[in-house]
Each structure stands twice: as C-alpha cells, then as structure tokens.
Write a protein that binds this ligand. Structure first.
Ligand SMILES: *Cc1c(COP(=O)(O)O)cnc(C)c1O
Length: 417
C-alpha cells in the first residue's frame, strides 16, 4: 500500500484518483506527460472549477447586485455564495468580512493604501520580514514614502526561520502599528509561527496582516483561532481562477478604513458635493467585480473542502520529506531553507549551473519547475544567491513525479560537471 492510498478521504476517492479531476495533467510536453512542479506559482484547475465558470457564462450570467431581473438575482446569489464559501474556509465570523479583490497583491495594496494612510500615523512603523514576496514589501515602501511611516524588517535565520528574538526586539519600543508577514514562504517553504506572532504583536499594540497566498493551499486557516486582524490570499494558487483573491479583515477594521477605489457598486449615495459609502464589504468592491472568477473560486473552495485539509497536508508532508531526501542525494544540490515547520515548496541550487539552465533542461524531460528570484530578491540576497530553482507540490503531485525530478536532476548534474 502506498502513501497516496493511505491519504484516502472519507468520500472514498484517493488523491491519486483526484488527478483525473485535472484535465491538464494528461497533456503532453515535449512528447512526455506533463510533470507539473510549479504549483506555488499557480495551481492547475480541477474540472469542478472549469465547469462552474463555463456554466455561469452559459446558463446564468448577468451583472450582480443592481439587477432586478431573474438572471441578475441568480448571478448575485452565486457570487455571494462564493463569499460565504471563503468565509467558511478561513472561519471568518461573517461573510461581510470577506472583500473580493484581484489577488493577494491587490489585497495587501488595499490595506497599505486604506488602513495605511487612513489609520496609521506618520512616525508609526510597519514590520515585515526578510522572507516576504515583493507583494508584501513594495506596498509598504510606497506607504513609507507617501505617508512617513517607518518600515522595519525582521531577519530570517540560516535555517530559513523567522528570528523570533529579533522580531521581539523590533516590537519592543511600541512604535510598530502593523506587522505584515507571510504565513508561508513561497521560496523556503517555511511556515511561520502565526499564533505566536499575533500574541507578540498584540502585546506590543500592533495589528497583524498575514500574506496567506501559500499557507491556505496547504494548511487549514482559522482567522479567529489565530486572532489575526487581516488575512490575504489569491485564488489561482488555491486551484481557482486568476483575477480573484480575498482580503479578510475584522469588521471593525473594515469599517474604520476609507475606500481604496471609488466608483460604482461601492457607494450609498452620490452628489457632486459628496458621496457616502456602501456597507462593508461592498465599500471596497468598486466597479463590476470578477463575477465569473469569484464563482470559480467558490467552486475551488468547495473542492478543497470536499477533500479536506488533513488529507492534503499529510500527502504534501510525505512528498516534501521524500523530495528533500531525494534531492539531498544528488551531488551538487543545495536546498535553501531547512525550517522545522514547512510546506511543499523546495528551493535549490545546483553547483556550477544557473537556475534558468536547470529549469530549461528539466523542461526537456517534461518537468516544469520555476527558476529565478521568485519575487523575493531581498531573500535571495540573504542567502547569497541570485536565483534558485524551485519545485512545489500540490494535492495532485505524486511520489513518482518527485522521483522523476531527482533522476532528471542527476542527469542535469552530469551536464555541468
Ligand atoms: C504568489 C504570492 C503572492 C502574490 O500573489 P498574486 O496572485 O500574484 O497577487 C504574494 N505572496 C506570496 C507568498 C505568494 O506566494
């Protein structure tokens, strides 16, 4: 019996059988069946998501909220059902705390712009970490330059973990008003100790925003248990479509925050003198939203819920352990990041080979990995590299695919000897 069949969920379908839910996984690349190890950049989509989107367009499509006709009401109901699904997924107190945005990047920009300029005061500080994605660095630099807040950076240890002592020191003077930090690194795979971070930040009088772009794919997230203040994630990494993401925040914070974008859908009343805003969350959803994509995300969430996180987490932990062992056995491979608590993302370098060449050669074997700085240039500098190759896993990844990666990598190694 293999690990995949042990990961059977109650519904009876094993994760191995689930592969058939993803049409693209039977496509050929350079004459070989695709081995897709780039899910951390964007995950493939199950048929349930594709069908939900196609059916929306074919059978019940109209603009949402304003319509008084049957089609519009049906579409609005499906759109709002997706909001309820997102709330359920992260255990938000109420679905009104879910703001639909385009992606994690927009979610973080929304907070930086609205909460940053509207609530934070010049002289207060925002604390990020050394292992942030550019999406959780640049919005805070823009805020710093426009609004005079200080930007602090918590260091990462050689093992690729957050330096908790340094974090505590950076919080000590009470000037940090917001900690904006990743819940799981897209480069190192490190899962940060979210509950401890929240306790420390709250004790120092700071709110906490988690960039959950990676974490939510691999772990159950409960924003109430975490006691978080903001949580951002992006649909396309969670088996959903592009163009849709989620910002969750506590209702009282959303109510204090001024709008980010102005226009239709987000108003209560408009005159040329002044306008008033719609209730939360619509205040933050200006213009026609990504209706079809939100419905697709709702389907993705139901798909993940049906399988359940326990099966996904156990499967990916086994894959990661196997990958680390297999890669360690390939001469010249250096894995970046050895965190105790980690998810299914493995970054590595190969002696004398540029990561781009490694990725290009692996592609000849039909293996898709990512190579580059992974939108985390400061982290690359921290580890003294300019790029890495990265293999990342999903619920549909198999042990055989990891073996294929290790074997192909050993051949690439011969090439650069
Ligand atoms: C992918 C990713 C983002 C950005 O997601 P977008 O969908 O591009 O907005 C932010 N943070 C992390 C950790 C990511 O992995």
């Amino acid at each position: 019996m293999n690990v995949l069949s042990l990961a059977k969920e109650p519904a009876g379908k094993s994760l191995a059988e689930r592969r058939a839910d993803f049409p693209i996984l039977s496509e050929k690349v350079h004459g070989r069946t695709l081995i897709y190890l780039d899910s951390a950049a964007s995950a493939q989509k199950p048929r349930a998501v594709i069908t939900a989107m196609v059916e929306t367009m074919e059978r019940q499509y109209a603009n949402v909220h304003r319509g008084l006709h049957w089609m519009s009401e049906r579409t609005t109901e499906a759109y709002e059902e997706a909001r309820r699904a997102a709330a359920r997924l992260i255990n938000a107190r109420e679905s009104e705390e879910i703001v639909f945005v385009r992606n994690s990047t927009e979610a973080i920009n929304l907070v930086a712009h609205s909460y940053g300029r509207g609530v934070l005061r010049p002289g207060q500080a925002v604390l990020i970490s050394e292992m942030e994605h550019h999406s959780n660095i640049v919005p805070w630099q823009l805020l710093r330059d426009a609004h005079g807040v200080e930007l602090r950076v918590a260091p990462v240890t050689d093992a690729g973990e957050l330096d908790m002592l340094a974090l505590a020191r950076l919080l000590e003077d009470g000037k940090v008003a917001l900690v904006a930090i990743t819940h799981m690194s897209n480069v190192l795979g490190t899962v940060t100790p979210a509950e401890r971070i929240v306790r420390m930040a709250h004790a120092a009088g700071a709110k906490v925003l988690f960039d959950g772009s990676q974490a939510i794919v691999h772990r159950p997230v409960d924003v109430q248990a975490l006691d978080a203040d903001f949580y951002a994630f992006t649909g396309h990494k969670l088996y959903g479509p592009t163009g849709i993401g989620v910002l969750w925040a506590r209702r009282e914070l959303l109510e204090r925050m001024p709008p980010f974008l102005g226009g239709g859908e987000m108003i209560s009343e408009v005159t040329f003198e002044r306008s008033t805003w719609a209730a939360v969350p619509h205040k933050f959803e200006a213009g026609t939203p990504a209706i079809i994509e939100a419905i697709g995300l709702g389907a993705a969430i139901r798909y993940v819920e049906e399988i359940g996180y326990p099966a996904i987490t156990a499967h990916e932990a086994a894959l990661t352990e196997h990958a680390l062992a297999r890669l360690a056995a390939v001469e010249g491979v250096r894995v970046i990041g050895q965190a105790q608590d980690r998810g299914g993302v493995v970054s590595f370098t190969l002696d004398r080979a540029h990561a781009h060449d490694v990725a290009t050669l692996l592609d000849r074997s039909g293996i898709a990995v990512r190579a580059g700085h992974h939108c985390a240039e400061p982290l690359m500098r921290r580890f003294g590299v300019d790029s890495t190759a990265r293999a990342s896993f999903a619920l549909y990844t198999t042990m055989d695919e990891i073996d294929a990666l290790a074997e192909a990598l050993a051949k690439v190694r011969e090439f650069f000897r």
